[in-house]
Design a protein around this ligand. Structure first.
Ligand code: PXP
Length: 243
């Protein structure tokens, strides 16, 4: 059954809105863990618009469950990962003007760099996942470069409106997951997942990890992050059990 990593970037977004010291993502991570989250996900962006270096260092010291660092493959960021050694890195593309991570990583185009980063992360015993669209060539390139896992981009599923489109996107995710497993990759999923749309992906068997941020932090504004996390875990368990 899949487990939940809470992406706490937007706790830091609120802090950075005033460039002060609250709310603290370190505190948020502890609350998520107490609610039963299996992992904490943070994205250290090059522009440091939310999570900053201090957060990564302190979270490495304080998170008892899995620490998943989302990052691009720019050299200064790769060096920080080597130094801090999170449990896992999820490699993402990064554009300066984007509101959030847009497409998946192009593992074909950057295959050589990806292979090098995988090797360096493995040397530090860090697992490597690539955030990719559910496309054959991306999955194969992730496997060929020695990645441990992939995170299937669920944004297209989340944005689908008609029943037909939703079904099409779920089929693509299912097919991508099967191919990844045939290639010995562990399969995660994330982006755009909410309390309303989690059911469709939670019913896909053998998805191991969901990375969910915005929806949980938005709910946390009203009910607190511990309850918001627990509610999402309950849904994942409920729909995951019935598959
Ligand atoms: N997975 C990846 C790779 C992401 O970049 C993000 C956004 O930071 C998420 C999951 C979480 O997406 P959302 O905030 O829409 O839940």
């Amino acid at each position: 059954m899949a487990v939940l990593n809470v992406n706490i970037d937007h706790v830091a977004t609120v802090r950075q809105a005033r460039k002060t010291d609250e709310p603290d993502p370190v505190w948020a991570a502890a609350e998520c863990e107490l609610a039963g989250a299996n992992g904490i996900t943070i994205h250290l962006r090059q522009d440091r618009r939310h999570i900053c270096d201090r957060d990564v260092r302190l979270l490495k010291e304080t998170v008892a469950c899995k620490l998943n660092l989302e990052m691009c493959m720019a050299e200064p960021i790769v060096k920080i990962a080597e130094e801090i050694r999170p449990d896992q890195v999820t490699l993402v593309p990064e554009k300066r003007a984007e509101l959030t991570t847009e497409g998946g990583l192009d593992c074909l185009k950057y295959k050589r760099r990806l292979a090098e980063v995988v090797k360096r992360m493995h040397k530090k015993r860090i697992l490597v996942s690539t955030f990719i669209a559910p496309e054959t060539e991306q999955i194969i390139a992730s496997a060929q470069t020695g990645c441990d896992a992939i995170e299937l981009h669920t944004g297209m599923y989340a944005n689908a409106v008609s029943q037909r489109a939703v079904k099409k996107r779920l089929n693509q995710l299912q097919t991508g997951k099967n191919l990844a497993m045939e290639n010995k990759l562990v399969v995660h999923a994330g982006h755009g997942l909410t309390y309303r749309n989690i059911e469709g992906v939670a019913r896909i068997t053998n998805l191991c990890e969901f990375n969910i941020g915005h929806s949980i932090i938005a709910r946390a504004v009203f009910v607190g992050i511990r309850q918001a996390t627990a509610e999402m875990i309950r849904l994942i368990d409920k729909f995951g059990c019935s598959s």
